[in-house]
Design a protein around this ligand. Sequence first.
Ligand SMILES: Nc1ncnc2c1ncn2[C@@H]1O[C@H](COP(=O)(O)OP(=O)(O)OP(=O)(O)O)[C@@H](O)[C@H]1O
Length: 261
Amino acid sequence: MAEPIVKIDSISKSFGAFKVLDGLSMQVMPGEKLALIGPSGSGKTTILRILMTLERIDSGHIEVGGEQLYHMQRGGALVTADERHLAKMRQKIGMVFQLFNLFPHKCVLDNVTLAPMLTKGVPKAQAQKRAMELLDMVGMADKAKAMPAQLSGGQKQRVAIARALALSPKIMLFDEVTSALDPELVEEVLNVMRRLADETDMTMLLVTHEMGFAHDFADRVLFFDRGRIVEEGKPEEIFRNPKQERTQSFLKKIIAAGHRV
Ligand SMILES: Nc1ncnc2c1ncn2[C@@H]1O[C@H](COP(=O)(O)OP(=O)(O)OP(=O)(O)O)[C@@H](O)[C@H]1O
């Protein structure tokens, strides 16, 4: 039986007096497509940011690809990770954010080649060849020389996905990647993610308010509430037959607001 690629064990995280994550544990299997759903402020984004090492944990342990994320072995003991260890661990993971975060003064192609060239020393010609393959995959090859300001939100987000893939991560994190988009642009981004899910064996974690997409995309759905996972299961179980009262009332509100689940 395969080992989990991500093991999260009893982690807690507070911002000031506010406890965002409260002893949370979860595991992700290699290749698994996971959707994290739940009310605003329940800690979903914080989990992704912690995996990306953009936030630290207060307590608990995380293992990614069999290695401790925030700790490292030194002289037989586990000690706090240093920047070099964190940088190495970060290369296993790619993240796509709600607000694209493209480099505004770099063209599309440079946005995708920069990280492999700077962080992995990939030669320019090789980085560009790979970038063009990825831009082709997200349907943006013809915009390689365009600047981010010339692109629609959906196009920017597809470039951001290509950029995250350029470092060949084992795990991709998607944080509400369609919530800043006009409704007519949402589908083009979801289509790219569908293809990634169908055609690659990459592990994917998705925070989303698009319940219909979560239903179609995920192998497993985790329902978050107040910094804990309240319920988890296959999409058809969670969306059609939720067991917990909090999951039921959350989904009822979503349906009442006219969204498909
Ligand atoms: N850097 C920070 N400083 C202070 N508070 C923060 C910080 N980051 C997040 N929070 C707070 O922590 C809580 C959980 O945030 P998080 O973004 O993880 O929730 P979420 O479940 O992803 O919510 P949403 O669906 O609205 O994005 C929120 O109340 C947020 O305001």
